[in-house]
Design a protein around this ligand. Structure first.
Ligand SMILES: C[S@@+](CC[C@H](N)C(=O)[O-])C[C@H]1O[C@@H](n2cnc3c(N)ncnc32)[C@H](O)[C@@H]1O
Length: 430
């Protein structure tokens, strides 16, 4: 029989654990301090593309160092922008990354560039010069609303640049330029570029008006050159650090982790599930997805599958979750809660079923509130998985601010959480 850990009683305060076993299994930490070797959350290739609610790499690095060994396979069923993939490769681990968002497929070949040679700046400059001189090509995104989001002359220039990029060889250099074009395609659009969701505002329209009366073309191309060269430098630094690494990072964007066939058995899971409220990843990145060649239909289909905006197909019950449900009076929030736990747990369970015996699962979650009621996610997950061959090992509490939500909204948290938790469960050795 495996040792069964008892969970702390629901009202136990972290600060005052009653017994030693409990105190060993809870820790107040600062992941930034635990991993001092990472001083910049956007180091190497982590910041090539903006993504909402990214992990800070320190959390991932700590989990990798503590719960895995070299050559292990790590799975992340909510991979987002692929932070786990970058950290895994840097630490000589392999990774399987799954996410509903198609952006993952575009980002990963750059973030984990497995080439062993430094990329050449002069080749990049040649392509950028070609892009500026060439007016022959045109690419308009398959987006019914595109005109609403751009001034006509800006849309025309962007379409030329994107058209040129799609006309040349699709390799790492053109992929780098695409990341720069994504940046300007948002910056020079009518949407507020500092907030994730698309939102036209008077302020932004006035800013575009002003830009159009200035040397906007020069400003735009300068950003494209600078961003492309910076990304090339970041990738070269990554290549230099990983020259002798032979690991693999497999990725599948555009899939529903709840039902996808997990491609292989893994040694550990490291992930951060979606937020309970207020975050729509597909909607936040849809401008990027259109420019990257995806269509209205594809994007609508993905939005329908996003957690927690789809119907639950079963009701998850645990002691703590039932208490939250009992207190919740609003029907719409009731449904959201059920949807969230049903699909988040389906996706986690789908990946956790493919873990080897004794594998660690490291799940990074907050304590969100719904209608003012605190939802202790780590405790609910522990209660659920303790009945399904997983043993509670430890929970780390990190007093915020461990995530960067989006651009300047650093560390603001839509769920209003004060702490985040890294929950460690261990698969039973059966
Ligand atoms: C908190 S974010 C993960 C961010 C990631 N840790 C990073 O560092 O970039 C949660 C992710 O869950 C994804 N997601 C939402 N519903 C999903 C589903 N049904 N299947 C797979 N992924 C889903 C979202 O697209 C989002 O990228």
């Amino acid at each position: 029989m495996e040792e069964q850990f008892t969970l702390f009683p629901i009202d136990t305060e972290f600060e005052a654990p009653k017994d030693r076993t409990a105190s060993d299994k809870m820790a107040f930490v600062s992941f930034r301090e635990l991993v001092p070797e990472i001083t910049d959350t956007g180091y190497l290739t982590h910041a090539i593309v903006s993504y909402p609610a990214k992990f800070i790499p320190q959390v991932v690095r700590y989990a990798i160092n503590t719960y895995t060994k070299e050559e292990d396979w790590i799975i992340d069923p909510f991979a987002g922008s692929g932070t786990v993939g970058v950290e895994a490769y840097l630490c000589k681990r392999n990774a399987v990354l799954l996410d509903l968002n198609l952006l993952l497929n575009h980002i990963m070949p750059l973030k984990v560039h497995r080439g062993k040679e430094r990329l050449r700046k002069e080749l990049m400059l040649k392509l950028l010069d070609g892009m500026q001189e060439n007016g022959k090509h045109c690419f308009i995104p398959a987006w019914s609303n595109v005109q609403y989001w751009y001034a006509p002359e800006i849309l025309e220039l962007l379409s030329q640049y994107w058209g040129y990029i799609y006309s040349i060889e699709q390799d790492v250099y053109s992929a780098i330029i695409k990341t720069a074009l994504l940046k300007v395609s948002k910056r020079f659009s009518n949407t507020e570029h500092r907030t994730p969701k698309l939102a036209r505002s008077k302020r932004k329209l006035a800013a575009i008006e002003t830009l159009l009366s200035e040397n906007w073309k020069d400003q735009l191309i300068e950003i494209v050159y600078n961003h492309s060269l910076k990304t090339l430098g970041n990738i070269n630094d990554f290549v230099m650090q990983t020259q002798h690494h032979q690991n693999q990072v497999e990725f599948q964007g555009g899939i529903d982790s709840s039902y996808v066939a997990v491609p292989r058995e893994c040694d550990a899971l490291i992930t951060s599930p979606p937020y309970l409220q207020a975050q729509e990843y597909i909607r936040s990145t849809k401008m990027d997805l259109y420019w990257l060649g995806h269509t209205d239909e594809e994007i609508k289909e993905l939005s329908r599958l996003e957690i927690p905006y789809r119907k639950a197909d079963r009701v998850i019950q645990t002691e703590t979750l039932d208490k939250v449900r009992d207190k919740l009076t609003r029907k719409d929030l009731h449904n959201r809660l059920d949807s969230y736990f049903c699909h988040t747990i389906n996706a986690l369970e789908n990946a956790m079923n493919q873990l080897k015996p004794n594998a660690a699962t490291c799940i990074f979650v907050g304590n969100p509130r719904i209608d003012g009621i605190e939802v202790e996610l780590w405790r609910i997950l522990t209660e659920y998985f303790s009945e399904r061959c997983f043993l509670f090992e430890k929970v780390y509490e990190d007093r915020i601010k461990t995530r960067q939500l989006f651009g300047v909204r650093k560390n603001k948290n839509p769920d209003g959480m004060k702490s985040e938790f890294l929950l460690i469960l261990r698969k039973a050795n059966v």
